[in-house]
Design a protein around this ligand. Structure first.
Ligand code: NAP
Ligand code: GDD
Length: 370
């Protein structure tokens, strides 16, 4: 069994490669040329006998065609398209590049598969809950007898994208459906809600918080707590910093700067979600599936659990709300309903919200232990 994976150096690519190798797949990861090493997340598998990297870029059709010709196995090949400019805020700053990579990149792969007459390939598209944007459905919770009304998104919820990233993802999603229906490709899209973990990029809010906690933990381990010397340094106090004293020196540490704390996200663990991707490609018929936990929390909730885990009850003195991190348009509420994935794929998330936050905090506090 062979799998070709774009986005191999990303969070999901690395988890998916681990999963596929554990199942005996031969994995070909596509990486673009970068001036610095970006293989940190896949270091542990670089020497694996069944793993190899190929240089390519989803915006460069000729590189995709070359890789498909070289590696497609007519017996069974799966193609996982995870490559993307995946940062929503960045997509407002680089809308053109986001479109070329996240949107047109998908078309480049699908069209290459058809033009090369490689319809045996099973294709996975990394679609996103961001596509729902400002849209949700409302009804009573089917899991509760006396259910209260709740907002949710599933496979039938309309898309109302709120960013250049989400619009590019919608185009790629519709393209995947078109190639499935128009050319008979085994092409499936996983509409994945936010998923995180210790391999998450540090510009996403969860990892930004837990990495900060890791650094802060290191900072506070030695010396006298700020409150006990407050009177001595009050003249120099800057509200953007936390202070402590070491060997009669006052040391400062920048507070955690975040944007909108009110948005709701349905956060799960990335390791669980790549199993859903694989399950979709094992189905006889291709289809689209929502993968999520069904629970939703605000960024404030995430901060509550993360700071309590390092025994800080009130995080408000450590966090600064900085409009620099606001977005021109926001997705206020995401909460998925995973009934289809549960019933048809047999997929369920294994990690709770609290498990996830603690896993990430534990990882980042250990990473920064001296
Ligand atoms: P990520 O950590 O940002 O990884 C993105 C990957 O795409 C990286 O390997 C990156 O390579 C690669 N890439 C960027 N531009 C490329 C190009 N022009 N050609 C080929 N590869 C390129 O993202 P992730 O969290 O693993 O997410 C994986 C996929 O799922 C993405 O498509 C994302 O949009 C989608 N998604 C993610 C979530 C989530 O919560 N994580 C939810 C829904 C959907 P470099 O290392 O060279 O930058
Ligand atoms: N990144 C970031 N940085 N987000 C912040 C910050 C901050 O300092 N402060 C508040 N937020 C808020 C954002 O405004 C957003 O409402 C929420 O935290 C989550 O932001 P991200 O972690 O950047 O994720 P996202 O939801 O925008 O996008 C992620 O999930 C999508 C699936 O819904 C990405 O992984 C996308 O690629 C993915 O498709």
């Amino acid at each position: 069994m062979k799998a070709i994976v774009t986005g191999i150096t990303g969070q999901d690519g690395s988890h998916l490669a681990d999963l596929l190798l554990s199942k005996g797949y031969e994995v070909v990861g596509i990486t673009r040329r970068t001036s610095t090493d970006n293989t940190g997340r896949i270091k542990h598998i670089l020497d694996h006998d069944n793993f190899q990297l190929e240089s390519g870029d989803v915006t460069d059709v000729s590189s995709i065609i070359r890789i498909l010709k070289k590696h497609s196995d007519p017996m069974q090949t799966e193609f996982y398209n995870l490559g993307a400019q995946s940062h929503v805020a960045e997509s407002f700053k680089q809308p053109g590049a986001t479109w070329d990579i996240t949107g047109k990149g998908t078309l480049n792969i699908l069209q290459s598969i058809v033009d090369l007459d490689m319809k045996h390939i099973r294709f996975y598209q990394a679609s996103s809950s961001e596509m729902f944007g400002a849209s949700c459905d409302t009804d009573t919770n089917p899991n509760q007898k006396i259910g209260k009304m709740e907002r949710y998104q599933d496979e039938n919820t309309k898309f109302l994208p709120q960013s250049p990233y989400a619009i590019a993802k919608c185009a790629a999603h519709y393209m995947t459906r078109l190639f499935r229906e128009g050319y008979g490709l085994h092409a499936s899209a996983g509409i994945l809600f936010n998923h995180e973990g210790p391999r998450r990029g540090d510009a996403f809010v969860t990892r930004k918080i837990t990495k900060w906690i890791g650094e802060y933990h290191k900072f506070k381990r030695r010396g006298v707590a700020y409150s006990s010397v407050l009177h001595k340094i009050s003249l120099t106090e800057d509200p953007d910093y936390i202070y402590r004293v070491e060997h009669n020196k006052i040391l400062e540490f920048p507070k955690l700067r975040l944007g909108n704390l009110e948005a709701f996200r349905d956060w799960g663990y990335a390791g669980d979600y790549v199993e859903g991707m694989w399950m979709m490609l094992q189905q006889k018929d291709p289809d689209d599936y929502v993968i999520c936990t069904g629970e939703t929390h605000t960024i404030r909730d995430f901060l509550d659990v993360a700071f309590k885990h390092i025994e800080i009850e009130d995080w408000t003195q450590y966090v600064v709300v900085d409009p620099e991190f606001y977005r021109p348009a926001e997705v206020d509420y995401l909460r998925g309903r995973n009934t289809k994935a549960k019933e048809k794929l047999g997929w369920t998330p294994k990690h709770s919200f609290k498990d996830l936050v603690k896993l990430m905090v534990d990882h980042d506090t250990k990473l920064t232990k001296e």
